[in-house]
Ligand binder design. Sequence first.
Ligand SMILES: Nc1nc2c(c(=O)[nH]1)N[C@H]1C(S)=C(S)[C@@H](COP(=O)(O)OP(=O)(O)OC[C@H]3O[C@@H](n4cnc5c(=O)[nH]c(N)nc54)[C@H](O)[C@@H]3O)O[C@H]1N2
Ligand SMILES: Nc1nc2c(c(=O)[nH]1)N[C@H]1C(S)=C(S)[C@@H](COP(=O)(O)OP(=O)(O)OC[C@H]3O[C@@H](n4cnc5c(=O)[nH]c(N)nc54)[C@H](O)[C@@H]3O)O[C@H]1N2
Ligand SMILES: [Mo]
Length: 768
Amino acid sequence: MSNPDQRFPSLSHWGAFTAVVREGRLLRCEPFARDGAPSSILQSMPGLMQSGLRVARPAIRQGWLKQRHLSDRSARGHDAFVEVDWDEALGIVAEELARVRSQYGDAAIFGGSYGWSSAGRLHHARTLTHRFLNAGGGCVNQVGNYSWGAAQFLLPHVVGTYEPVTGRVTDWNSMLAHTELFIAFGGLPLRNTQVTSGGAGEHSSQVWLERAARSAMEFVVISPTRADVPATLSARWIAIRPNTDTAMMLGMAHTLLAAARHDANFLRSHCSGFDQFANYLRGQNDGQPKDADWAACICGVPAEVIRSLALQAAGQRTMVNCTWSLQRAQHGEQPYWSSIALAAMLGQIGLPGGGFAFGHGSINGVATPRPDLPAPEMSAGRNPLNLSIPVARVADMLLQPGRPYDFNGQTGIYPDIELVYWAGGNPFHHHQDLNRLLRAWQKPQTIVVHDSWWTPTARRADIVLPATTLLERNDIGGSSRDRYVLAMKQALSPYQQSRNDFDIYRELAARAGHESRFTEGRDEAAWLRCIYAEMARHWAQSGQALPGFDAFWESGFVELPEPAKDFILFEDFRCDPVAAPLKTPSGRIELYSEKIASFAYADCPPHPAWLAPVEWLGAEQARQWPLHLVSSQPADKLHSQLDAGEVSVRQKIKGRQCVRLHPDEALRRGIATHDLVRVFNARGSCLAGAELDSDVMPGVLIMSTGAWFDPQSDALERHGNPNVLTLDIGTSSLGQGSSAFTALVELEPWVGDAPAVQAFELPVFVEQ
Ligand SMILES: Nc1nc2c(c(=O)[nH]1)N[C@H]1C(S)=C(S)[C@@H](COP(=O)(O)OP(=O)(O)OC[C@H]3O[C@@H](n4cnc5c(=O)[nH]c(N)nc54)[C@H](O)[C@@H]3O)O[C@H]1N2
Ligand SMILES: Nc1nc2c(c(=O)[nH]1)N[C@H]1C(S)=C(S)[C@@H](COP(=O)(O)OP(=O)(O)OC[C@H]3O[C@@H](n4cnc5c(=O)[nH]c(N)nc54)[C@H](O)[C@@H]3O)O[C@H]1N2
Ligand SMILES: [Mo]
């Protein structure tokens, strides 16, 4: 009789599942039984988890192994690798860390290590990197994230907290009962609700949207593509030029003001600075009223559409939502502040089903009714250096050590980095203007990377340590946007010589003499119990009992009850703004911020305002580069993770990322469906496969991120990675977030043979 298949509960950012294993191989991933809308991304896992693309053994770049920190840094990404045993690799990393710490100081180590890592919270590679480096003297960290970096630093000035962007917004129960009109700036792309950080037991966003589709709620979607409208919703689509939502919102606000349909009482009792904002809308200082006609010229939405939507909103219970994408652009603070101002003028903030929200359509679980209880978490400890940079300014830091920069009212100085340590992220996926990052990447003497696969970042490191995947260890996962806490049981033995990040760091800490500071005396099993107990302690404080750890581990999950009461964002504040003020200086919603005024930033004025980005369809540059590039999230994977998997590869055209464009734009350039094209601007160029799509507005290219960076030279990327084209500047001096969505480009047919894609080839290995 053959062995029965073994089954292990597990969890990924794209959903909970059961790993079905036969004879040590992963056969398939079966979605969690309670998940009503599982993601197809799961299907990419069996082909990749044990593939030859895995990092099998510790590897050191040949030039670095010969000359260590004196090696030729421009050889990164070109040099061969030498595989070494663990003892040698760990010895070298420990020596190198010690050398840099003693020669240059702790601030010469960059350990921000931005990236999503895996869903499990104990083996979360980025957290462990911080924990290890913090225990050893500290490092330069990164604050904020690429997801909603601008919002994170703006919202506290405006509403006293950035919670509305982490997912705690008026919940679906409240909306289904009360919302009449849902205005969706950035749309509601279901593809993005496939994932949530920490993993979801249930793909709830899709389920709630299906319920909303059966309700009387009306949806209006404002986006450069009709694809952002889920088919089930029969939503109205308003096409808008990228990066111009602020103008449309201001046009709506002006309409309300001019028609006296704004809620003057709410603005008086709950907001501060409306007069200054109203003066701006009227054009008191610049002579330009921000009326619908003015807005129409900027955003391309007809003035009548702007006016009628504003008036409709004033007459109905309205929810104004922005996807996170809106603020991932230069001046990305402004659409967020403008949407709050618009909602404040409608006067429904804090009422059931009314007000504003962020992130519907950006990630799974936003507004899912859930008690406010923490998800499992591993502690990174404290960084004794207390040094960090805004997350997306990494290339600036490496290129300009010692240079001062503005950030949210402070002036920072970029540190001088000699060693970069990265685990759980892929900067050659996530950063903008990758040709610039390539130059910046030559600054440090040494780059250490842990990954499970030979990613573009691993290939550009000096020392690569093979990490296990989530299926090769025990863990616990969960998200604060989901009602499940899930057990992740080891399903496979570690691939070849790969080790858990935790064990790699434990051994490095031991060599540096601070193992117990890193482990606190706990191994994997003890840590799982500890993380669970810590979570249980917090839940108990809110009167929510958890089963014991053994019962949890046995059943594979814990389900949180639905809360008894609907959550309404700022409900208490609405009821009594004196007794429950916001944590802003005025205690109110700030439509004019004295604090921001005191920063005197030209790129972030003290009230919501339209500021043209450097690149947009109305810019002078659009004559040369007439297409706005929207590099949105991929439907078929998470960022660069599983790009070589079958679900992702199926979507490629001639092996490259697809670029969607309006048939008129294609015709004008002699491009037919599935032709290879070159997308280019002054920063770089890449190959892509054209998809003609009348659901994309003219003037716009849509190209998802995630194709593994595969440069032939800095003149041509072969695989379709849009980040060779994007702009690497902060959103503003205030937020310093990523401006990935501010980029103009041109495209042309690719004639002749195309260079083969080499993204999924291994580097060359040589003997020592
Ligand atoms: N143009 C453009 N660029 C963007 C965006 C955009 O909209 N447009 N979006 C941005 C956003 S919002 C984000 S969040 C970023 C995402 O950027 P990243 O989070 O950096 O992207 P991932 O591909 O998820 O990278 C995670 C890496 O961790 C590795 N990994 C997974 N599990 C483990 C583990 O257990 N141990 C170790 N050591 N490694 C592991 C994976 O193999 C992968 O290489 O991209 C940003 N970049
Ligand atoms: N399947 C999948 N889902 C994901 C991810 C993934 O990699 N894969 N990544 C996750 C992560 S880390 C994050 S941060 C979120 C990101 O969530 P978002 O930032 O919201 O996602 P995007 O896909 O970048 O953009 C959403 C939509 O905004 C529209 N859009 C772009 N620019 C503009 C504009 O200027 N105005 C208007 N009105 N609309 C615009 C685009 O058409 C796009 O479809 O997604 C998460 N979800
Ligand atoms: Mo993100």
